[in-house]
Design a protein around this ligand. Structure first.
Ligand SMILES: Nc1nc2c(ncn2[C@@H]2O[C@H](COP(=O)(O)OP(=O)(O)OP(=O)(O)O)[C@@H](O)[C@H]2O)c(=O)[nH]1
Length: 381
């Protein structure tokens, strides 16, 4: 028999953390875990590719409180969110459910929030135990690239429309032109979501605790578009909108972004540092807006005991940064790419040549690859 409402314990609040590719979700979450979220917070991280990297970049040592899912949550919302949250509760042991204060679910940068929000709102009260309740949607917005992302990707707009808290990131990277464009970006956010709270991650008074405080999530406060999208999702269900994976590369052909694919490049062998830097430079010079996101861990031959994290978001490349230690047993170099119209095969060749530092071969490949990328039938002009 279900417990009566007066006996029903408080559900575990769930915060949804979303935001377009590379907008700073994992960085914000890591900071929150370090500063304001205690050991009573469970975390589910969903990644687009087949190889999880964010899990390694968040924090070492969260053990059973961390679950990673690959494949896109918005395509498998039903099973994945509930199962992952349930696994965390289970792993905490008999007393775990009572001790959990909060769950945070980080989606992929390409996730459509509508099916995930629908799912989180629809969890029925459990026959026993606490169950889960959506307690807020936090969306990170990259001040340096958001206007371009909003232009080409409906998901970026939907992520803002569903938020009750928007966190503007990377305002520290803006030059004078970027600063003056900031008013335009704020206006675009307000157009999509007039009542959202907007925080600047880099402002002196930024209150990360307030952003990660569970609250009620009121769909009625989010506007008509959000209500329509939620209703539409209920009709459409969670059909696989990313399409089948390519058998050879594991690349997935997404219908979300019209030709967005993901693939991963790995190397068991350590990489030549010079070769890898040339590989990065080539990417930055040639891929342009076709490269939506690249991230991963690499290990260099001259420093085999320490991995480096590497990030590129559209044209913005962050140089590799050393991590203090290996975050897991997996000691391969691995790079996850999310691209729109780049053929993975020449990129894989280029990466291999870089790893081996085949100098002149690398140079000839660079020239070849550029040609292949831009001649590719899949490439957009
Ligand atoms: N300068 C600066 N860099 C930032 C800021 N926030 C994030 N970054 C950097 O932006 C890059 C991407 O950050 P992530 O936190 O991995 O972004 P993400 O949204 O989790 O990325 P995906 O999960 O791939 O969509 C990393 O190199 C971060 O260090 C910020 O406020 N300022």
């Amino acid at each position: 028999m279900s417990p009566s409402p007066s006996e029903q314990p408080e559900p575990i609040p769930v915060l949804l953390l979303t935001g377009f590719l590379g907008s700073g979700k994992t960085t914000l979450l890591s900071d929150a875990l370090r500063t304001v979220l205690g050991p009573d917070t469970g975390v589910v991280i969903n990644e687009f590719g087949t190889v999880a990297v964010d899990h390694d970049l968040v924090q070492v040592g969260r053990g059973e409180l961390m679950q990673t899912t690959t494949g896109c949550l918005c395509c498998h919302a039903g099973s994945d969110v509930e199962e992952s949250l349930g696994r965390i509760v289970e792993a905490m042991g008999p007393d775990g459910e009572r001790r959990l204060r909060l769950m945070v679910v980080e989606t992929t940068g390409l996730a459509d929030p509508a099916p995930v929000v629908n799912q989180l709102r629809a969890f029925p009260p459990p026959a026993t135990g606490r169950g889960f309740q959506l307690a807020g949607v936090i969306t990170t917005v990259d001040a340096a690239t958001a206007l371009v992302s909003l232009d080409g990707h409906l998901e970026a707009a939907k992520q803002i429309a569903f938020a009750d808290q928007v966190v503007l990131t990377k305002t520290d990277l803006l030059d004078a032109d970027g600063r003056s464009a900031l008013d335009g970006l704020t206006a675009a956010i307000r157009d999509l979501n007039p009542t959202v709270h907007i925080h600047d991650r880099q402002a002196a008074g930024f209150d990360i605790g307030a952003v990660f405080t569970p609250r009620g999530y009121d769909v009625a406060a989010r506007g008509e578009d959000v209500r329509d999208w939620l209703a539409l999702e209920q009709v459409l269900g969670t059909a696989d909108r990313h399409g089948p994976a390519d058998a050879a590369t594991g690349a997935r052909h997404a219908r979300h972004g019209g030709g967005v694919t993901s693939f991963v490049l790995t190397s068991e062998a350590t990489l030549s540092r010079d070769g890898f830097y040339r590989f990065l430079r080539t990417l930055q010079l040639s891929a342009g807006p076709k490269l939506l996101r690249m991230k991963g861990l690499v290990v260099f031959t001259d420093e085999p005991d320490r991995p480096y994290s590497v990030h590129q978001v559209q044209h913005m490349l962050s140089m590799p940064k050393p991590l203090e230690a290996w975050p897991s047993e997996d000691r391969r170099s691995r790079l996850v790419f999310i691209v729109e119209g780049i053929d993975p095969a020449p990129l894989a060749e280029l990466f291999k040549a870089a790893a081996e530092e085949r100098g002149s071969f690398l140079d000839s490949l660079i020239a070849d690859s550029l040609g292949k990328w831009f001649k590719s039938g899949k490439a957009k002009t």
